[in-house]
Ligand binder design. Sequence first.
Ligand code: F0G
Length: 462
Amino acid sequence: MKFKTIIEPFRIKTVEPIRQTTEAQRVEALGDAHYNVFKLKAEDVLIDLLTDSGTGAMSVYQWAGMMKGDESYAGARSFLAFERAVHDITGFTHVIPTHQGRAAEHILSSAMLKPGDIVPNNTHFDTTRGNIEHRGAIALNVPIAEGHQPQVLHPFKGNMDLEALERVLRDNPGRVPLVMTTVTNNSEGGQPVSMENIRGTSALARKYGVPFFIDACRFAENSWFIRTREPGFEGRAPIDIAREMFALADGCTMSAKKDGMANIGGFLAMNDDALAARCRNSLILTEGFPTYGGLAGYDLEAIAVGLYEALDPDYLAYRIRFVEYMAEKMVAAGIPMVRPAGGHALYLDARAWLPHIPPLEYPGWALSCVLYLEGGIRACEIGSVMFGQQPDGSEKASDLELVRLAFPRRVYTQSHMDYVCEVLLHVNTLAPRIRGMRIVEQPPALRHFTAKFAPLVPGVIA
Ligand code: F0G
């Protein structure tokens, strides 16, 4: 390539205005939301980085596909297009549509798990953990040690600890019905998993006769990291890398709201006929007939197109560079974050950035409030608010206090990101003054979505 600038590989045909607010309006909006950014009205947010899930922009080809949607209850043409695409990319025999990723997890857990079972994963996403625990089974995380160390550089920080995995398999015969790997590893910072590691996991699962499933939400981003970081994969087509990865597994769960480039949807895919029959029966009860699984025909069309768009090398080069670009600015400014940058998000390390705030005064939560108050940016705490609540009602500090800035696909431009960087640099000047928060009211579980908060010092966050 003659020129180095990586551009957004699209032009914009439809725009959605976003609204500037004044600081006074944001103070009021955050107060009305009880200092919980999940309770803000989206129209009061300028740059919404709460999640990359279902928030992306679709292409003209996806919209055109939606017009072709076949809404037949059974055997719809749109299902066949969807099935063809998923089969082509993953190679799995059975393709079962679901309304989103967690529905696929629920069906798989119902079909495979019983109380006391253990399911190892590099790191379970919270809905995966929830669905496994709902069956009375144990969701066990076995990431490599580097995964927990925000400042330690490693090209594949999302990897599974293969020695630990083998110990689990060896010491618990008959109790491990399923091994999983999550690509990229969202809960550890959107970090990739190497092909070598996936191969190792697959070999161990086969050695112990246990099926191996991939949580494939960000399979395309993971394929790009393999291409750019793993010896032997330079220049390989992302779709070939994805196929090689899926060939190592027996099935996958997928949220098409991520690398399916769709606003809703997901699937479960596998090779085992008997398991697929059980899953389809459960699908009919909870999601719908096996050729639509809780989705409209037009959703299936959007996913069938989106899965290939997510694997386009121009798109992936831009996508991964977008996050890296911000990370470079943060590192240059000395703002602590999980390094290297993840695929879909930047994870600020609030514990290191705000060391004067103890974990149970929620430094990450306070930071998420400050980002909104100062810049109208919405981000998500992943720390002691999200994970600190214990089943017995007590509270325990989380290992990490992170704030995730997750980037919707094809939605924001580089100038939006320059703005976000400017806000972060400004927040850096306020950091020593940021104060902790307290919880005023909370539900018994998953408190981050609905809990009410207040600044520890009334009226003062920064
Ligand atoms: N697995 C992973 C790794 C995820 O990141 C998610 C969702 C799911 C499963 C569940 O998929 O939302 O379609 O039911 N992650 C979103 C996020 C919510 O913001 O990271 P879903």
